[in-house]
Design a protein around this ligand. Structure first.
Ligand code: 5GP
Ligand code: MG
Length: 463
């Protein structure tokens, strides 16, 4: 984020708050005050990591921030971001959303050449590569050279001395957008961060595009081109906030559409529709609107229960679950209920909730899910279990229905999901739903031959 005269750390703090759902493990902010970089990182939620005093110790008009959701590397403070590396007169800070598939190889190669790493995060590899290329090339060519080496998903905020760069991988797997605020420019994963600063969404960063913020000016350069993007479809299903606009689509509308298509594809003979909060709410609204079945909530989530701690025994775990989610008994007793959720990953949530709702007196429980079955792991930024843990990887829909003990179970079709989003059908990464990935992943099927990347010719991508 660049802001010509303000203290930017506080604004980054607000933006990170708006993005808290994207990662709860750690938070960090790096700023540049015209002379040097100041940074602070910690384990925990944004509000736990940053106090007033901490923010005051971060002077500067440009900076970047990050909330961490671990997909690669150990859960330690060193692995929290932005990651900082120094080389001669350059300090480079990198904040990364996504996951590299080839970071192991790149790291071995760099270590073979004498690099010393201070973290186990895939993001540090990006910082090291950039430091090397920046000694040889100007910024755009250095970043282009780094991009040619990276395989995986990466939306990046990079600060090189006092220049801030936003960069989206050539397939645009993870989101990134640009906004205008009072007297500055923001690049963020979701538009809700721009809203939090009372700014205006300008547009999405294009796949393979670099946005350079320097001296209050913005320069955009398309570095690498792909015939088609491969946006993470799970952002629309679960990850993003409903009030975000992502790759031109309002997530709220997408999820209402999903619910509506679910109602067409999997109708139910029921008295009420209820979401599994919070992720199922907008989809349940869509199901209700389309089916005409009354909307009535059966479950309430306690928003103040933090991450579920590792409980020492089963009875404590159950107490924690009850603390997090409670049934509204009078709404449930004797009713035939459609329960709507966004996804089934391991199946433990659905099983538990169906049981709670039945114990509270439901006559029938019909589960409806706003994504197709998740049958394959994610290597590109969603912490989605290995195949062993994915219930739909080894069970049919009927098998999952039995395990979660629902009276019926219906998942939205892939075609229906894509129609609900409204982008062209070949513009997504659907790896978790199809087992086919948009780039080469060892041991997995890919369609990367259809997505060959090419460099944009010099001076041809501006904009
Ligand atoms: P499961 O089937 O594994 O018990 O969980 C499914 C539930 O987890 C759904 O309600 C869905 O909203 C939520 N979920 C899906 N993906 C993720 C994720 O990446 N992180 C977290 N914390 N929850 C997720
Ligand atoms: Mg959920």
């Amino acid at each position: 984020m660049g802001d010509t005269n303000k203290n930017v750390a506080r604004m980054i703090y607000y933006a990170l708050h708006a993005l808290q759902h994207r990662g709860q493990e750690a938070a960090g902010i790096c700023v540049h005050d015209g002379k040097s970089i100041h940074s602070y990182r910690g384990i925990g939620l944004v509000a736990e990591v940053f106090t007033e005093t901490q923010i005051a110790l971060l002077p500067g008009a440009v900076g970047i921030g990050h909330v961490r959701y671990p997909t690669s590397g150990a859960h330690t403070l060193e692995n929290s971001q932005p990651i900082l590396v120094k080389y001669r007169d350059k300090t480079i800070a990198v904040a990364h959303n996504g996951n590299l598939v080839n970071s192991g190889e790149l790291r071995s190669e760099l270590e073979g050449a004498g690099d010393i790493f201070s973290t186990t995060s895939d993001t540090e590899v990006i910082a090291h590569l950039l430091v090397k290329e920046i000694q040889r090339y100007d910024l755009a060519d250095a970043v282009r050279a780094v991009m040619r080496r990276l395989v995986g998903s990466y939306s990046l905020a990079i600060m090189c001395n006092d220049t801030v760069i936003g960069l989206r991988d050539p397939l645009g797997i993870k989101p990134l957008c640009i906004g205008a605020i009072d007297d500055g420019i923001v690049v963020a994963s979701e538009s809700v961060a721009i809203d939090a600063l009372n700014g205006r969404l300008i547009r999405d960063v294009a796949p393979g595009e670099m946005v350079v913020l320097r001296d209050g000016e913005m320069n955009c350069i398309r570095l690498v081109n792909s015939p088609r993007p491969a946006h993470c479809i799970f952002e629309y299903v679960y990850f993003a906030r409903p009030d975000s606009i992502m790759d031109t689509k309002l997530i709220y509308d997408v999820r209402v559409n999903i619910g509506s298509i679910l109602a067409d594809e999997h109708p139910a003979d029921a008295d009420i529709v209820s979401p599994i909060p919070d992720s199922g709410i907008t989809m349940a609204v869509g199901y209700h609107q389309r089916s005409g079945i009354r909307y009535k909530e059966c479950l309430m989530k306690n928003r103040y229960v933090g991450r579920t701690f590792i409980m020492p025994d089963q009875s404590m775990r159950e107490a924690a679950v009850r603390m997090k989610m409670n049934t509204i008994r009078p709404n449930i007793e004797g009713q035939r209920i459609v329960l709507v959720d966004d996804s089934i990953v391991r199946g433990t949530t659905s099983r538990r909730i169906v049981k709670m709702v039945k114990d509270a007196g439901a006559q029938k429980v019909h589960v409806r899910i706003g994504s197709p079955p998740i049958i394959a792991p994610c290597y590109l930024g969603i912490d989605m279990a290995s195949r062993d843990e994915l219930i739909a990887a080894h069970k049919t829909v009927a098998g999952v229905e039995t395990v979660i003990d629902a009276d019926s179970l219906g998942y939205v079709s892939l075609e229906g999901l894509i129609r609900a989003i409204g982008l062209p059908e070949d513009h997504f990464c659907t790896g978790c739903l199809t087992g086919i990935y948009p780039l080469d992943i060892p041991g997995e099927r890919s369609m990367s031959s259809q997505r060959r990347l090419t460099d944009f010719p010099p001076n041809d991508g501006g904009g």
